[in-house]
Design a protein around this ligand. Structure first.
Ligand SMILES: [Fe+2]
Ligand SMILES: [Fe+2]
Length: 188
C-alpha cells in the first residue's frame, strides 16, 4: 500500500469499525484489493479510485444501529443505503482534508462514492467501484462473514450472489473463480 493510501486507510478504520451491517473492515480491504486488480486490467483513475474504494462505506458509521441491523425490512434496508451515501460525503471530506487531497479530487471521489448504489452509470470510474464492491462479496473471509451476518447457509448465499451483475470482464472473471471455490468448500 502506498503511504498516502495507508494514511487514508488508518483514518477510515475507526469509521469502518463502527459498521454493524456487516464486517466493513474486511469488506473494505477486499474492495481495495479488487480495485487494484481492476485498475491494472481495465484502466481507470488510480488516484481517485483507490481512495474511493477505501472510503466508499464509511457513511455506515453514522447510520442509526437499529436501521443497520434491520436489513430484513426493505424500507429500512433502502433507508440505510441512502443514509450511508449521504453521511459518507462529510466524512470523506474530513479524511481527505487531513491527507492533503485537493478539493477537485475530493469532489470527484465523493461523486464516485455517491454513485455506488441506486445508479447505473456510464462512466468507467463509477462502474469500477460498483464492480469492486460486488466482487469483494465472493472472497472467502467476507463470504462466510456475510453468511453469518445475513443468517444464511453458504449455499443460500452462493445462490443469491450468483445473480450479481458486472460491468467489466475482469470483475466477472475474478468473481466467478472465487465463487466456484466457495461452492467447492461447502460441497465438501
Ligand atoms: Fe456501500
Ligand atoms: Fe461496500
Amino acid at each position: 500500500m502506498k503511504e498516502i493510501h495507508k494514511d487514508i486507510w488508518d483514518l477510515a478504520l475507526p469509521y469502518l469499525e463502527k459498521g454493524l451491517r456487516k464486517d466493513l473492515v474486511t469488506h473494505s480491504k477486499y474492495v481495495f484489493k479488487c480495485m487494484e486488480i481492476l485498475l491494472k486490467n481495465e484502466g481507470g483513475n488510480k488516484n481517485i479510485l483507490i481512495p474511493a474504494a477505501i472510503l466508499h462505506d464509511v457513511g455506515w458509521s453514522k447510520v442509526p444501529p437499529e436501521i443497520q441491523i434491520n436489513w430484513r425490512n426493505s424500507e429500512d434496508k433502502i433507508k440505510g443505503e441512502r443514509l450511508h451515501l449521504e453521511y459518507a460525503q462529510q466524512i470523506i471530506r474530513e479524511i481527505l482534508g487531513k491527507t492533503g487531497y485537493h478539493e477537485d479530487e475530493t469532489n470527484r471521489i465523493i461523486d464516485i462514492v455517491v454513485a455506488h448504489k441506486f445508479q447505473d452509470p456510464n462512466e468507467l470510474d463509477k462502474q469500477l467501484l460498483i464492480d469492486a464492491d460486488s466482487v469483494a462479496d465472493a472472497f472467502k473471509k467476507q463470504f462466510y462473514s456475510d453468511a453469518k451476518a445475513y443468517d444464511s447457509t453458504p449455499e443460500e448465499l452462493y445462490n443469491f450472489r450468483k445473480k450479481n451483475k458486472f460491468y467489466t470482464k475482469t470483475a466477472r472473471r475474478i468473481f466467478e473463480k472465487e465463487l466456484e471455490m466457495r461452492k467447492k468448500e461447502f460441497e465438501n
